[in-house]
Design a protein around this ligand. Structure first.
Ligand code: BGC
Length: 441
């Protein structure tokens, strides 16, 4: 059998990513909690409920799992509705809990990356129009200031906003997030407000902590033309521009261009210290006259694609390389802030993980400055409108009993983190069925 080791650079960060609402439980004061209570919004009527019970203290045992698995970084998010439960009230006890979590990571030698907004909004903000209301820019900056002031001695890596484009699609283009609107004009206004809010937050953080590293977790999705037709080619570019480019480019150029809405945002120019990249999969796209509600676009996975358990995503490591090349155009250090798949059986996951890590390794050998990788996710968590139907965790979770179950990927990923490499020995030991895919016979 061929023997080979794919080594990663010294000091590479290896970890997992999570988000407050998906793991904490009892987040009763935000728009998602309210949304879950209304019938028809979440798959099978699932509720986030206690989630992974991190607010009840189980972050400790899960951080132990991360440490035992040789992870040296963890990305988690703080919940705005806990820190600022009412417009004129700040909850010091909530900030203290987050401080404890950061100390908990430090004790375990795990570098923290904190996300300040991951899809959820305080109820009071939702009631005044949420991200549609331009007042959100100053409100977000105030919340970020208060939070960073409280936590800055324990964290240097900040993600202002998670996946503005996914949030826009979910909440304002009918993809199942609150407030459940489907209106293009409002969607683009929301995206623009997020650019402004990010820019304001970037300044606030640097004023409080000059050596902070601040970025955004950008979700990049591929839209490969399914044929050579000019309309299909045009649509592929249009989706790419509106979904992948609009937000990210404005943070480099200070010009927002989402085709149907353009604006100057000079305050946003050069407001990223690193590029956070979330990659899951790529679509094929083609012109389809019947799909008027979806910009006349049909999107699907190739016939021969290997799909995840629920058919949610296709295993497409070449798409990951395309995403990394896109990220590299910004000339910044790159963190892979999310990458992962749904698979309760943990067969697909080991293949997906290894192929994506190998693809990432190739990009590193081209001198692309990738600094770390965060697998999504540590323990099964509440997957938004898909409820508990999808299992993205290295560890399985029964949300009723809170019992965690070790999946095979735990040991595979631990070995990669420990050795800072993909070794043929580890693949043979922990994922023998993937061996022939990773190593040529
Ligand atoms: C989100 C996560 C989510 C994951 C898998 C990403 O778009 O940032 O919150 O759980 O996808 O669905």
């Amino acid at each position: 059998m061929p023997r080979a080791t794919f080594n990663f650079p010294a000091g590479f960060l290896w970890g997992t990513a999570t988000a407050a609402h998906q793991v904490e439980g009892n987040n009763v004061n935000n728009d998602w909690w309210a949304w879950e209570q209304e019938a028809g919004h979440i798959h099978d009527g699932d509720l986030s409920g206690k989630a992974c019970d991190w607010w009840g203290g189980r972050w400790r045992e899960d951080f132990d799992r991360a440490q035992d698995g040789w992870q040296n970084t963890h990305r988690f998010s703080v919940e705005w509705s806990r820190i600022q439960p009412e417009p004129d009230r700040w909850d010091e006890a909530a900030l203290d809990r987050y401080r404890q979590m950061l100390l908990g990571l430090r004790e375990r030698n795990i570098t923290a990356m904190v996300t300040l907004h991951h899809f959820t909004n305080p109820m009071w903000l939702a009631e005044i129009g949420g991200w549609e209301n331009e007042a959100v820019v100053d409100l977000f900056a105030a919340y970020v200031g208060r939070t960073v002031e409280a936590l800055k001695s324990h964290c240097q890596l900040w993600v202002t906003i998670n996946e503005p484009n996914v949030y826009m699609n979910g909440a304002y283009l009918g993809d199942g997030f609150p407030p459940g609107k489907n209106d293009q004009k409002t969607a683009l206004k929301v995206l623009l407000n997020m650019v402004k809010a990010h820019a304001a937050a970037y300044q606030v953080i640097h004023d409080l902590q000059p050596d902070a590293q601040v970025g955004v977790a950008h979700h990049w999705r591929g839209f490969q033309p399914a044929n050579k037709g000019p309309l299909t080619g045009y649509l592929s570019k249009l989706h790419h521009k509106a979904f992948n480019d609009a937000f990210a480019h404005s943070l480099k150029t200070g010009k927002f261009d989402a085709v149907m809405l353009k604006a100057d945002v000079p305050q946003a120019k050069d407001t990223q210290d690193f590029l956070g990249l979330n990659y899951y999969t790529r679509d094929l796209i083609k012109f389809d006259l019947r799909k008027s509600g979806a910009l006349f676009s049909d999107r699907y996975y190739p016939k021969d694609a290997l799909l995840s358990e629920t058919g949610f995503l296709a295993n497409d490591p070449h798409g990951f390389q395309e995403a990394i090349k896109w990220a590299d155009k910004f000339g910044l250090p790159i963190y892979i802030t999310e990458n992962g798949c749904d698979d309760s059986q943990d067969d697909f996951r080991r293949r997906y993980l290894l192929e994506h890590l190998q693809a990432m390794w190739h990009m590193l050998t081209n001198n692309i400055p990738i600094k770390g990788y965060f697998y999504w996710t540590l323990v099964d968590n509440f997957e938004w409108e898909r409820g508990w139907s999808q299992r993205f965790g290295l560890w399985g979770l029964d949300p009723q009993t809170q019992i965690r179950t070790k999946r095979k990927s735990v040991d595979l990923y631990a070995e990669i983190c420990r050795t800072n490499a993909i070794t043929s020995e580890a693949v043979e030991k922990f994922a023998p069925e993937v061996y022939d895919i990773i190593y040529l016979e």
